[in-house]
Structure formats: structure tokens, C-alpha cells
Design a binder for this molecule. Sequence first.
Ligand code: 6CS
Ligand code: FE
Length: 302
Amino acid sequence: MAQASITDLYPSRVTDMPSITERQDPALWCDLNAPPPGPLTREQLAAFERDGFLFLPDVFTPDEVERFRMELSRMANDSELRGKEETVLEEDGEMVRSIFRIHRLSDVFRKLAKDPRVADAARQVLGSDVYIHQSRINLKKPLYGKGFFWHSDFETWHVEDGMPRPRAVSASVALTENNEFNGPVMVIPGSHKRFVACVGETPDDYYKQSLRKQEAGTPDLESMQTLVAESSIQAPKGAPGGVLFFECNMMHGSTENLSPFPRSNAFFVFNSVENTLAEPFSGKEPRPEFAGERDFTPVGDL
Ligand code: 6CS
Ligand code: FE
């Protein structure tokens, strides 16, 4: 499928040489000089612009988190859901790794997606109304939950889903504690301002493999060394109920969960209604809607 009219500002997986280029777009789409409508303060917005992420502890109460966890466990044990494409199993077993499209499959998570504590923060950062590009719960089972190799989400959403520009933000709501032992998300502050073009072609129906273990669309060693030499690796940790907001092009990853306790989070990707999907820049068929939604209804109307 040829992309006739849109120039590819972020080519990736097109040559066999990796490269790092500058971001072509703002990281924050609102005016820092105007009084912020909230919930994020000017300082928080400035930190997000600089680092590409913002960790807010205690956004949701223990009672709310309990409700989310009950819903997660109901969904993970739903045999009908297990047969659907939205449920992704770990590569080496029968264990559930992720359940996608939770804002459409569950009333509890639909309400969470619309909650002003996440949705209004996303509207602020993106300077427009927003819709959900993707949602999911990630479950890292005690001892066995596998990791996610380093990647920029935007790289995938651009190449595989046709997201034109990096104007999306993820909110990851912690449903369990995140600590150094259970595979928390690791981030590279400031990496969202650089674009790492990856090598390798995108195979057909690649999502069937990549959602379990990603290979194409992951950065090379030298690019990772460059990003970290300019910055550092951090792992925001904290109690259940905290929210990690992260810019869609920020380099991140996580290791497996070797702790004897679960690690799970509910993850919502807000994309600007001014940045809706085109055809995938890979030239391949778009991924199914559970991975890259093509109904651009603003989240408030869901
Ligand atoms: O392929 C995707 O769209 C997803 N993959 C990863 C590893 N992170 C973001 C996104 O959920
Ligand atoms: Fe990711």
C-alpha cells in the first residue's frame, strides 16, 4: 500500500544501517507560558518536556486499585476472552502476557481511560482532544513474567500502524507495586528527543510475534550506548495507584519478573485527534484494531 501524500518524517526499518536523528516535532504541545488548566502543573509539564516521562505517585486510591485488580483477574480468567486475539500469551507457555483493548472490553477500564486524572493530563500534554490508540493490561506473573526489549513505541506505531507524528502519550497505571525485582519499566530520560531508525524489514503479520517478543523495531547496541551516554537509565518505582506518563518516542524496556509476586499495570495510549492514523509506513497491511485503533472517537464520548 503506497503512502502517496504523506512524507515519512521518521523512516525506520528501511536500510541496513541504524541511525539517530533529531526529533522533528515538539514533545509538549501546549504553551508553557499560559496558565495550565490542570491536572498537571507547569513544573510537571516542563519535566515531561525535558525527560519524556512523568511519574506521579498515589493518583488512584487503594480502593480504586482493588477494583481494577478484581477486573484484571476476572478478565485473565475469562475463558471466552482467552480464545480471542486480544489476549496475548507468553511465548513459552500458556500464561497470559497482555490483554488488549480493555477500554472496549471492560466497563471498569473504559471509565479508567476517561478519568480526568489520566485523560485531562493527556489532553494537556498533547494540546488537543484525544482518543485511545491502544490499551492493554500487562501481567508479569510471579517468577515467569517475561520482559519487553528496549524500544520506542512511536517507532512501531509509525511503521506498523501509520501514526504520522509523535503526538501521543501513554499512561501506565500501576496495579501492583513496581520495584527493582519485578521488572519495572526502565526509561532513558531525554531519549524522546532523538529518533532511532532501526534495521530490518517488518515481516507480514508481525504483530503475532512482536507482541510476545519484539525483534524488528528494536535499537542496535551503538545507538543505545549513545542515548545512555548522553543521559542515564532510570526505573520509576512505587506503590500501586501511581501513574507513569511517557511520551510515545521515549526509549524504554523492562526485564522479566523474577520476584515471587506479580507485576501488572493498565496501559492507555492517548493520541491527538489531530494525529490520526494513515496507512502504515512499512507499506504492509495495518495491524488489527486491538493493536492500533482506527475509530478515532474522542475518549470522552466512549
Ligand atoms: O507493539 C505495540 O504497539 C506495543 N509494544 C510494546 C512493546 N510497547 C507498546 C505497545 O503496547
Ligand atoms: Fe512500549
